[in-house]
Design a protein around this ligand. Sequence first.
Ligand code: PEP
Length: 244
Amino acid sequence: MTIRRPLIAGNWKMNGRVADTAWVERFQDALAASEVDVLVCPPATLLHAFGELLASRAIALGAQDCSPEPDGAYTGDISAGMLKDLGCSHVIVGHSERRSGHGESDALVRSKAEAALREGLTPILCIGENLKEREEGRAVETVLAQLAASLPEARAEKIVIAYEPVWAIGTGRSAGPDEAQEMHAAIRAAWPGADAQALRILYGGSVKPDNAGELLACPDVDGALVGGASLDPRVFARLVNLSS
Ligand code: PEP
């Protein structure tokens, strides 16, 4: 019997203006499910406004990145403590767009996840192989190596893993349910603690209402990290409604 409650998380990436906070009302109006945890991660510029709007709702707030440092002379960076201050409960770390676009190493990702944990935030740790690694049959090996190198010490319920094959992010090409299940089962089997059954492992990569059903039906897929399809409140609500 599974003890895991599904989590559907939206990653807005670098999208959204102040006027887009109207998303919250529209999303809530279209929401029918209650057996699912819902998280939205808008850009840092909208966290304060979202924090106020979500305070009275069962929708959690997350950020897309954090500094490994607690405070200090780090121009442009935002610490996990600052995110907590704004009402965040989660923070994405190690998204492939930060690993590739900002040269983030596994060691840096791990220190960001540790900073989040120190502040009581839940890190959503992203791992995933690129197309070459998949085509060469090295997908599982690559992802498990990333997991080992970027995972902080934590109990399973204090962290979320997001398996996001790089070739599926923003491409419209999702992993199939068999590929997703194989990887999620391998990640769970590699979990270093005795509490692997409590670990939530999200799938991310071109999740849409027309492919979410089969992905979320996989026994080791505990929810989704959704980019593009989270920007439209009705589409994101459909994804959440599908998951319960
Ligand atoms: C993501 O941003 O983590 C993501 C999976 O994006 P998309 O759903 O657009 O592929």
